[in-house]
Ligand binder design. Sequence first.
Ligand SMILES: [Fe+2]
Length: 459
Amino acid sequence: MTTLDTPITGQDLPWHLRENRAPVNDEVTLTELEVRGSIPADLKGRYLRNGANPQTGQSEHWFLGDGMIHGIELADGKANWYRNRYVRTPMFANPGVERMDLYLNPETIQFNFEVGVANTHVIGHAGRIFALEEGSFPYELNCNLDTVGVHTFDGKLTTAMTAHPKICPETGELLFFGYSSLPPYLTYHRVSAAGELLQSTEITVGGPTMMHDFTVSRDHSVFFDLPAIFDMELAMSGGMPIRWSDEYPARMGVMPREGSDADVQWFDVDPCYMFHSLNAHDEGDETVIRGCRINEIWRESADIGDPDSATAEDMPKMWEWRLNRATGAVSESQLDDRPSEFPQVPDAYVGLASRYGYSMSTTLDGDAGEIFKYDLDNGAARTSHRYPRGQTPGEARFVAAEKGASEDDGYLMTFVHDENTNTSHLSILDASDVAAEPLAEVHLPRRVPAGFHGSWIAD
Ligand SMILES: [Fe+2]
């Protein structure tokens, strides 16, 4: 019998719909959750994680399924509930409809940024929770994961919003950009700590590229203008309209955080793609950027294919770029030869020199299941938490301890899928001792499909 929690394993299905990437098809609220170990008492809030969960069971690409948020509320050492909820978008309301039919107005040749799947990230800012996907406006949720509706910052936001905004730990500002395959190709936005959109600045780039992430230092915002370009032919055939270009130059643009298009200083870098930056910081004249670099992506099409056949060469690895704003010089170096993704630093170190960074192993030799911790002050020395065979974590979110005394005084949270039981649990690691046994596990009687990004939303 196939139940909704049984992953579909048919080899005729594309990779992104097989095994624990298959969607679940219901929404539940579960209480009385089994806890192993002890949940730190200073964790009061909700761990939320977004991912693609196509309502119809089908999607053209891993990145295109309807957004579903999975959340667990923790308080007083207890796990109060697990919930999973679809984000109510126009795509959710019209299952099976081609996105372009809703997204593009053929009369005006403009996009309707209310149309999206809100499937990539979920963040908190200025008392609101947003589900994000880079092609559309943010969708606001309440803390029970119900959809409030689209959010446009009082109508001031006129572009899509990246799923990877940055929140400045010093000013509380929400810094982000929107990119589009139609002009303006790139627009930078700055929102106050109170949630008011203060700045929207068009940035000149050479064409429409897929710009998944950017990064900020204390004084600068940095754009990644990389050769993954929009392709009209692919767009007309459905699916992801992005492919690699050998002609489009790879550049990083450094701009003062309150600057303008004319202030952007562009640096040519070796061709590459980077879905996710770890962080950036300024060191004198240099802006130092770290992130998970891929040699290239999607040469023929955006078909991810079967990553089980990918080689280590194809996989993202932690790199560093040093951009000298005084001389224009660029130096690039690989920090680690082990593939990993979903990099991050503590919220309090966004834009600042951080000693530690975290990421998830993407080794595809059947031995996956590791969370990495890098000591960036010591040659990016790597330690890791290795889960038992058959257990696969996702992105590990760093959550600072309430009275944290040091940068790594906190927790790493991730949903782990166990292929032996076909169930998932929330794993809570001690970030100061990642190799140790998890501090706690919150077990669910069902699985949480593999997904993308999450946040801890403290009470
Ligand atoms: Fe992402």
